[in-house]
Design a protein around this ligand. Sequence first.
Ligand code: ATP
Ligand code: MG
Length: 578
Amino acid sequence: MTRNDLPGKEEKDVRSLNFIEQIITEDIRTGKAGGRVHTRFPPEPNGYLHIGHAKSICLNYGLAEKYNGLYNLRFDDTNPLTEEVEYVESIKEDVRWLGYDWEDRLYYASDYFEILYEWAGKLIKKEKAYVCDLNAAQISEQRGTPTRPGIESPYRNRTIDENLDLFRRMRNGEFRDGQRVLRAKIDMASPNMHMRDPVMYRIIHVAHHRTGHDWCIYPTYDYAHGQSDSIEGITHSICTLEFEVHRPLYEWFIRELDIFPSRQIEFARLNLSYTVMSKRKLLQLVKEGHVNGWDDPRMPTISGLRRRGYTPESIRYFSDRIGVAKRNNVIDVALLEHSVREDLNVKATRVMAVLNPLKVVITNYPAGEPEEVDAVINPEQPELGKRKVPFSREIFIEKDDFMEDPPRKFFRLAPGREVRLKYAYIIKCEKVLKDENGKVAELHCTYDPATRSGMPEANRKVKSTIHWVSAQHAREVEVRLFDRLFLNPDPEEIEEGKDFKSNLNPDSLKIVRGFISSGMEGARPLDKFQFERTGYFCVDTESTSRNMILNRTVTLRDAWTRYEKTNNTKSTRPKTGK
Ligand code: ATP
Ligand code: MG
């Protein structure tokens, strides 16, 4: 599927432009920045990317593509305390997997340390920055509150020469961590707290993953971000709402330095129900062993979703479908699940698998004489045709498809009842065998040979059709059934004295041994299948030919479609490509 076939794209074109597209269209019309559009995605390499970042990537890069512009990948690597090469590599892999190619435009804020340092000197010379000897606690104490102005630092009026000298010596490593900082000289009485002489540089004697020991002073986010945008000629710097209050500062630096005027535009970050999204919290889940790593299929990370069986197209479609908002909101995780179902429905090969097996012996079927029946590979892709599936005297069916004493609305197998075996025959339950505990252990059934496809009784009506696997041909596999990681829609809603982890779902992972039938020979990690009637499954990355492991991506029950039906909201059913 090419990007132009992105599900939902057509609907999107006829919808009106979102507010960012309106800004860009206007900028192009007025010839701002020569009508160029250049965006960036600026992750801090201090964790793995999550679905919120995916939204940001799709938005930034999607806009550049839409307006024939360019996009950069830039690591915002200004804090050596939390950043690691492992994260850099995982981020590159995830962006690429989502389907984006930054070509030769991979940058690091650390590439700009020298010019940022020079520019800081320029601000000192303009008397717009000064070295301050207050410690972090004092600075925060003297900053005041939104309603009470701050107190000017006693070091605020140092001479230019003294400031230049101290700043140079900060760089040279003459001072301890936290002993001095460089601050912008703006306005300690500003109603915007971010304008009250914000810190531009702090001393951190820690090696950086790229610049090693070259530096012991590091720029803050506020000082580095806008300037990095400007250096790269970013026209539209799209970020999340919490940076709205930083915008006056972003613009102040650009104005005082008289550099390329990148424009910051904020949108509401993605929040998902039943999901925590902060990297700090995700790191806790990993470190404390609540999940098995960043790419645990229950994690909302891109690597977790990939391992779970999500496709890049489903994530891009989801991102497009939720649009951009100016106010914070929470998106129903059912919409994300719906997005992958829509995509896999078109792509995934159908196979039959039994996850909770009950043995059935077809007593009037000849022993040792298996045959083959035809199964549809994917009804959404009829051109793929059919596949042979072995059928024999002994099969497994799902335990749930049989009830000894069925209630009125149960139409599947029960004593004396008939059911159709998908692609094969109608069988009738003649006898129920029990184990020593009185539990159902095995069924004896008879089949009607005339009900096979192509035979006279092939279309005979029965109330229900179930899936099955030939026992003789079955392959045992490990199946991981995932449920939501958190029990409540808002995992952050907690009782006093507890933290978000008290909301973890203790049953978010259930491992069973199931049986698969034919159609999965040669399956490789990340291959996707639909187990008929059961759900979508993906071969795990740790699956081997000896121990096949399958992850359940989603069940077939679509809570989103049900929601739309009951609420009578119009469904924009995506057109999925192949
Ligand atoms: P988190 O708060 O989850 O730890 P972050 O904002 O610290 O994330 P960054 O690496 O700084 O992570 O983010 C890179 C980009 O992704 C930023 O532009 C940020 O605004 C954007 N982003 C982060 N989280 C979300 C989200 N939930 N929805 C949309 N965009 C997001
Ligand atoms: Mg951040």
